[in-house]
Design a protein around this ligand. Sequence first.
Ligand code: ADP
Length: 176
Amino acid sequence: MEIKINKSTLSLVEGDITKQDTDAIVNAANKTLRGGGGVDGAIHRAGGPKILEECIKIGGCETGEAVITTGGNLKAKYVIHTVGPVYRDGLHNEPKLLENAYRNSLKLASSKGIKSIAFPSISTGAYGYPLEDAAEIALKTAINYLWEHPDIELVRFVLFGQKTLEVYEKKLKPLV
Ligand code: ADP
């Protein structure tokens, strides 16, 4: 599924984020930036040790913030590492922190002249964020950003598994 926001494109695909040919891919990292499981592990495995070297130099990242490294051996030139919130009960600022993770990743991309960026579904794996709620925040934040920042030409959500893709598609339809 694909929609236009002004001249920019927002697309939803099922797939593996490590294979994307966008200028940047986003990692759902943890605060230590030392790698981990899920999408984080997959990105470090596919991208090689240079990414971790840069992450160690950077030192860490607060929840809702974003940092940038090389893409190492990936097709993408850059990896933007952001830290989504660990979901507790939705009453601990989780929605705002998740929105910040997406928006700060996009802001960092703009500041580096990045034109195309791929996101995974941040916080909805090990961090336990309910998928439907997280999808809505992810999509609204990306759409709002693209309205205001046409410098980003493509935002692609790369969703692991058909079920996750279907939830994102269901949430995108009423926003179009
Ligand atoms: P978090 O700790 O932020 O919850 P996870 O990596 O555990 O991050 O999960 C986030 C989402 O990324 C989940 O929907 C998971 O299925 C998905 N995911 C895992 N590996 C990949 C991959 N290679 N490409 C895209 N998405 C992935």
